[in-house]
Design a binder for this molecule. Structure first.
Ligand code: S3P
Length: 435
């Protein structure tokens, strides 16, 4: 979190049940991509249900600093009039706040433009690895300077040439950065990914008029293409929904309905995992908009309590943002959870493996930390505790959910971090919690 934000503490009291129906704010990953592409497109893009999180406001701030016109309308929609393919030289550094997505994907989008750009972040973002974008973008011809592998990132932009690149770690941000550079480069850019990561970058590019193809693990985009403005409603955020879905499966009589939820298959692995936990889902009103699936999801808890799961390999990469909350509810399951191949959790907004272990222990749980994961045994009763978010939105929200079934109330310190992706979180959690 930025140091200018005052730290707040939120009290979470245990709940008796979860009941209700909600429509969640727009998906963070999609909102970032629409904001960035709208900023470079020709024409005015109109976005409804745009993410309300501070992270996506950072992306809007960056495109505004590059010459796009960003207007927040009274009805809550956002209009972005793009720069028709030509970013202007910004007056100062581009502030990415806490947002790794903004910094990495903007670096790709900017690199073909003939100016010098400095991308800055807060303390947490300035600790996160940036070599993963420097290397492939440099291979395309950009000159990029990092500070010991981290932000500030200085991009000396100019004409780029397409490359054929296999991402060494599964990362949708890196894949998207390369495709964002590739459609503006000369020649063709090919990205191979061993694990299929979220494909919102590909779908957003297509929605803005870029032709690209995908076969097996390979995405190909021709250079020299242009973006044209779109009208879009951003689907509800599955990674925000994860907190409420995980809360609902903790209570045998729960009933939760989430409308207008993003159901993109590359984001829906959580529904499979909760199904193996024993949860029952109904999906209604499925439709496709701008290539993204949207639907209504109803969840009911398993009658015989939560089973537990083993999460490793590709599944860990696909569930990367949901692992903290799954680990936080694991003590309430029968068999617990075993997470492996999730080393990337250590370089998110915080070291999420260490913070999940620390906060579970504070609640009285037994947990074993591994370099690339966690073992959380089942059949444990937790007690309310002092929780520390470490300035990480997903830690604050994951432990607010765990606190609903604990004995006694919990204090979430650094609760304001939720605003990075989901400012309405505590109010909505309170609305669906019966006490
Ligand atoms: C994101 C990709 C993931 C995810 C992040 C959002 C995206 O990061 O953890 O919250 O929008 O592409 P990585 O690309 O680092 O895996």
């Amino acid at each position: 979190m930025s140091s200018s934000i005052i730290s707040t503490t939120q009290t979470i009291k245990p709940a008796r049940n979860i009941l209700g129906s909600l429509q969640l704010p727009g998906d963070k990953s999609i909102s970032h991509r629409y904001a960035m592409l709208a900023g470079l497109a020709e024409g005015t893009t109109r976005l409804t249900n745009f993410s309300t999180g501070a992270d996506c406001a950072s992306s809007l701030g960056c495109v505004a600093a590059l010459g796009a016109k960003v207007e927040r309308k009274e009805d809550g929609s956002i209009e972005v009039t793009g720069t028709a393919g030509q970013f202007q030289a910004p007056a100062g550094p581009l502030d990415c706040g806490n947002s790794g997505s903004t910094m990495r994907m903007m670096a790709g989008l900017l690199a073909p433009h003939p100016h010098t750009f400095v991308l800055l972040g807060d303390e947490s973002l300035s600790r996160r690895p940036m070599e993963r974008i420097r290397k492939p973008l440099s291979a395309m011809g950009a000159r990029i300077e990092l500070t010991d592998g981290h932000a500030p990132v200085t991009v000396y932009g100019g004409p780029l040439t397409g490359i054929d690149y296999a991402t060494p770690i599964p990362s949708a941000q890196v894949k998207t950065a390369l495709l964002f550079a590739g459609f503006q480069a000369s020649g063709t850019t090919i990205v191979h990914e061993a694990v299929r990561t979220r494909d919102h970058g590909e779908l957003a590019l297509r929605a803005f008029g870029v032709e690209l193809s995908r076969s097996q693990d390979k995405i190909e985009v021709r250079g020299g293409q242009k973006l044209r403005a779109i009208q879009a409603a951003v689907p509800g955020d599955m990674s925000s929904a994860a907190f409420f879905l995980c809360a609902a499966v903790l209570f045998p009589d729960s009933n939760l309905v989430l409308d207008g939820l993003g159901m993109n298959p590359t984001r829906a692995a959580l529904l499979d995992v909760l199904t193996t936990f024993g949860a029952k889902f109904k999906v209604l009103n499925l439709e496709e908009k701008n290539g993204e699936l949207i639907g209504t999801v109803q969840v009911n808890a398993p009658a015989g309590g939560l089973a537990g799961a083993e999460l490793s390999g590709a599944l860990s990469a696909q569930l990367i943002d949901e692992l903290p909350v799954l680990a936080a509810i694991a003590p309430y399951s029968r068999n617990g959870i075993r997470i492996r191949d999730a080393k990337e959790l250590r370089v998110k907004e915080s070291d999420r493996i260490a913070l999940v272990a620390q906060n579970l222990r504070a609640m009285g749980a037994e947990v074993t930390e591994h370099e690339d994961g966690l073992d959380v045994p089942g059949k444990q009763q937790l007690r309310g505790a002092e929780i520390h978010s470490g300035g990480d939105h997903r830690i604050a929200m994951a432990f607010s959910v765990a606190a609903l079934r604990a004995q006694g109330e919990s204090q979430i310190h650094g609760a304001e971090a939720a605003g990075i992706s989901f400012p309405e979180f505590y109010a909505l959690l309170d609305r669906i919690s019966e006490r």
